[in-house]
Design a protein around this ligand. Structure first.
Ligand code: BES
Ligand code: ZN
Length: 862
């Protein structure tokens, strides 16, 4: 064990915490008492544990022999530690009993033990005290050994006002009134677990009737007026725990599972054992009026957190460098679980967007390996990114497909059973998969997990008509060659004399030949498109595929892969925009939402480029804009013609989502006036009476965006008003974020100002600002951000500051980019160096693409 200042020594370990917390919601303070049973492994005169912003008023230790010792307390705020120095050495032995009295403030920064507020139905302000500890904030609520391998059991007691409800990891064991008028809610003891998974939530909450699933009661908890929005979450939560217990072949590790929605939360959700906490819009929903994407998001988030109960909570990474084990696996399981729940959603296809996003960051020079060293707390937080979640999840999917789903499942089950209640390294997972599959999993995964980047696999015809030759090299946007190699599981599908054949190779060397049983008509290299690599077809093989009609030959995920690869070629100055346009036109002929999502991503950037004042004069800008509008129109109008505004009864979910995306392309990118006018008309009717049925749930958001983008000032005001009035979390956010689409500088300013005002919660503010920054009008939005930086960033925890800064990756102007660089040099954003380097590299790349494409759109898209 390295002896870094911030790591705790390991000669003493907590075994059991008895924790009593007494929050006072009115004064936003708390005090607490804890008894910790400590095993001393080596003779020592001191114990070191973590604490931040806590006042420790009393400490004593009872030795196993019954002697009571009073240590000297030495706080070290810079290392977030507390050293207890005893008057004489503690002898090795079990069960020293350490008692601490402490107090602190309920913070307003969404971490540690913090305060959340909301208005009840009569308009009065209500206060909640709740926790968020991952990665290293349990130490803000009680002194503890706050590292994931110090697993211990927790017996929590909360003392609060009698009209409040309290929740923690385990079920309530007793609830007693106290002499001081408060109640004492005592919870059962938990399993041995890491401190970052402890939770307490106290407030005017109500819970749904428990549903028994996987043998334990499952509930949804919310503030009273919102409990009517809990039924969908109850259903998906019950499905998830049942499915996962079956998948892992291991019982749920707790004795109850509550899913709690709190009004203020900095992340999406948090997997506290038995007491998962969510943002309201990721748990509470009216299924009648919600968009498919909103419902699917809830189903996957609930599945993700439920999967953590095993993967993360029961078996935990030893240290934060292994966080990918937690999060990549939960991502993989969220999709596997949602896929089992509703196969027709095709969530793995939707995840194509996540995989593409990871491939963007991972093609930067400043990328990192999935597993990466972590030291100080802020470095742990920086690990939660697309490389951990989306690349990690994609690589696990690739491995699952390579080993076979059942073998993979057995390996996972074996891993969890072997390490239950313990901590692991990444290699433990490979060992388990190897022992079950007999395949060299560790050596295949090595290049994907311990090396940054990924390959592009090129394919061309070989010497015989039956052969194709594959080669690999690293894909990087800047094109400079480098020598890395990957063990690439390549699956090929070819038409051989009109019949489909499949071949599988593990491409390890730079070059490999694959021979089919006869002459190849066309070949698809990434069959199924679950491989984490790009494909480059020789012109002849691409032509063959194109002639075969990709719409019929390729499934949606494969088509998504094609457009995203073609776009990556444009970005790396390795392919023409015209080629991308050709691919886009070929694959986007139907309303597949995920293909359209990929097309829209590129159209969005082209939109910015053509909307941005052209340094070469307004003429050029207008020509670009006209070309883009024409292209988007040719792409979207025929599809929209078939779809129309009103879905036929019984329409499938995917088409419903696709309608919204095609609408955006037509209304906002192609600036179709008739469509925008109709969007405005329908939004207005919808706001007047949401039950009138003029807007299907999946098009409310897109229609509102189109209406605002078309420049109607009245509709902006109406949507702001609708944001204020609506009481469904999804509706609120749809209306709020649609405001960001205004082309009007005055309204843009008002939109931005909302993010520092009373009306928008800190948890939502960064997404609103990011939405404005990633649309035309960037210069104005950036000036605003510079002037309001203090006001905005002081409201936000670092993970949310990151959401704002990240939006500069959409900038397309070189002058602005220079200002951003200067800003980052002169401001402490709290963002780690590596994350900042990735953001700036992406921004610079985008600016370079913009300057290359500006003025050429009519040539390429014409
Ligand atoms: N463990 C995370 C929450 C978290 C992230 C805590 C970063 C501390 C730092 C949780 O399981 C998670 O992944 N939440 C996601 C939502 C999820 C469905 C992808 C989030 O909060 O974005
Ligand atoms: Zn997670």
């Amino acid at each position: 064990m390295e002896n870094n200042g911030y790591r705790l020594p390991r000669y003493a370990r907590p075994r059991r915490y008895e924790l009593e917390l007494r929050p006072d919601l009115g004064s936003a303070t708390f005090d607490g008492t804890e008894n910790v049973l400590v095993d001393v492994l080596e003779t020592t005169d001191r114990l070191v544990l973590n604490a931040v912003d806590l006042v420790v008023s009393h400490v004593e230790l009872a030795t196993p022999g019954g002697e009571v010792l009073r240590p000297e307390v030495r706080p070290d705020p810079s290392e977030q530690q507390l050293t207890l120095v005893f008057p004489k050495p503690l002898a090795p032995g079990d069960s020293h009993r350490l008692t601490l009295e402490f107090s602190g403030r309920l913070s307003d920064h969404l971490r540690g033990f913090y305060r959340s507020t909301y208005r009840d139905e009569s308009g009065g302000e209500r206060v909640i005290a709740t926790t968020q500890f991952e990665s290293t904030d349990a130490r803000r609520a009680f002194p503890c050994w706050d590292e994931p391998d110090f697993k211990a059991t927790f017996q929590v007691t909360i003392v609060c006002d009698p009209e409040l409800a309290a929740f923690s990891n385990a079920p309530v064991e007793s609830r007693h009134p106290r002499d001081d008028g408060r109640v004492e809610v005592r919870f059962a003891e938990t399993i041995a677990m890491s401190t970052y998974l402890v939770a307490f939530v106290v407030g005017p909450f109500e819970a749904t009737e428990p549903v028994v699933a996987a043998g334990v009661p499952v509930r949804v908890v919310a503030t009273p007026a919102k409990l009517r929005l809990a039924s969908f979450a109850v259903e998906v939560a019950a499905h998830a725990i049942d499915f996962l217990a079956g998948y892992f072949g291991i019982p749920y590790p707790g004795t109850k599972l509550d899913h709690v929605a709190v009004p203020d939360f900095s992340f999406g959700a948090m997997e506290n054992l038995g007491c998962v906490v969510y943002r309201e819009n990721l748990l509470l929903v009216d299924p009648e009026t919600a968009a498919q994407t909103e419902l699917q998001r809830i189903a996957t988030v609930v599945a993700h957190e439920t999967a953590h109960m095993w993967f993360g909570d029961l078996v935990t990474m030893r240290w934060w460098n292994g966080i990918w084990l937690n999060e990549a696996f939960a991502t993989f399981m969220e999709l596997t679980t949602a896929d089992a729940y509703r196969p027709e959603w095709q969530v793995w296809t939707a995840f194509g967007a996540g995989k593409s996003a990871a491939m963007v960051t991972d093609a930067l020079r400043s990328t990192r390996p999935v597993e990466y060293p972590v030291g100080r707390p802020e470095e742990a937080e920086a690990m939660f990114d697309v490389l951990t979640y989306q690349k990690g999840g994609s690589v696990l999917r690739m491995m699952e497909q390579y080993l076979g789903a059942d073998t993979f499942r057995k390996g996972i089950s074996h891993y969890l059973a072997t390490h239950a209640y313990g901590n692991t390294e990444t290699s433990d997972l490979w060992d388990a998969l190897e022992s079950v599959s007999g395949e060299p999993v560790g050596s295949i995964m090595e290049s994907w997990i311990h090396q940054g980047g990924y390959p592009v696999v090129s394919v061309e015809r070989g010497d015989s008509p039956a052969a194709v030759v594959l080669s690999q090299r690293r894909f990087v946007y800047d094109g400079r060659s480098s020598a890395e190699r990957w063990a690439v599981p390549v699956n090929l599908r070819a038409s051989v004399g009109g019949e489909v054949h499949r071949e599988r190779v593990l491409l390890g060397d730079p070059l490999d030949t694959v021979t089919f049983p006869g002459p190849v008509d066309w070949v698809v290299v990434n069959d199924g498109a679950w491989g984490f690599y790009r494909t480059r077809y020789s012109p002849e093989l691409w032509q063959a595929l194109r002639d075969a009609g990709p719409a019929g030959v390729l499934d949606p995920l494969e088509r998504l892969g094609l457009v995203s690869d073609a776009w990556a070629a444009v970005v790396s100055a390795d392919g023409d925009l015209g080629d991308w346009a050709d691919v886009a036109a070929t694959v986007a002929a139907d309303a597949d939402p995920d293909v359209w999502g990929a097309v829209l991503g590129a159209l969005g950037l082209l939109h910015l480029i053509s909307a941005d004042p052209d340094p070469r004069g307004a003429e050029g800008g207008a020509a670009d804009r006209g070309a883009l509008e024409g292209f988007a129109h040719r792409l979207a109008a025929p599809v929209w013609e078939r779809l129309g505004w009103d879905p036929p009864p019984g329409e499938d979910e995917r088409t419903a989502v696709g309608r919204g995306r095609v609408l955006l392309a037509l209304g906002e990118i192609a600036s179709d006036r008739a469509v925008a006018a109709e969007a405005t008309r329908r939004v207005r009717l919808h706001l007047a009476d949401s039950r009138a049925g003029v807007l299907a749930p999946d098009v409310v958001g897109p229609a509102a965006q189109v209406a605002v983008a078309a420049g109607d000032a009245g509709i902006w005001e109406e949507l702001l008003d609708a944001y204020r009035r609506s009481d469904k979390p999804q509706d609120k956010l749809r209306y709020l974020y649609s405001l960001a689409h205004t082309p009007d500088p005055g309204l843009r300013l008002r939109t931005l100002e909302l993010s520092v005002g009373e009306e928008v919660r800190a948890q939502d503010a960064p997404f609103l600002v990011a939405a404005v920054l990633s649309r035309p009008g960037q210069a104005q939005a950036w000036r605003w951000l510079e002037s309001r930086w203090e006001d905005l960033s002081s409201r936000l925890p670092t993970n949310l500051v990151l959401r704002v800064v990240e939006a500069v990756t959409a900038f397309v102007d070189a002058g602005l980019a220079t200002e951003v660089h200067r800003f980052c040099e002169t401001h402490d954003t709290g963002i780690t160096e590596l994350r900042l380097a990735q953001i700036l590299e992406r921004m610079d790349l985008n600016v370079a693409v913009a300057s290359r494409l500006r003025g050429t759109l009519s040539g390429s898209l014409g």
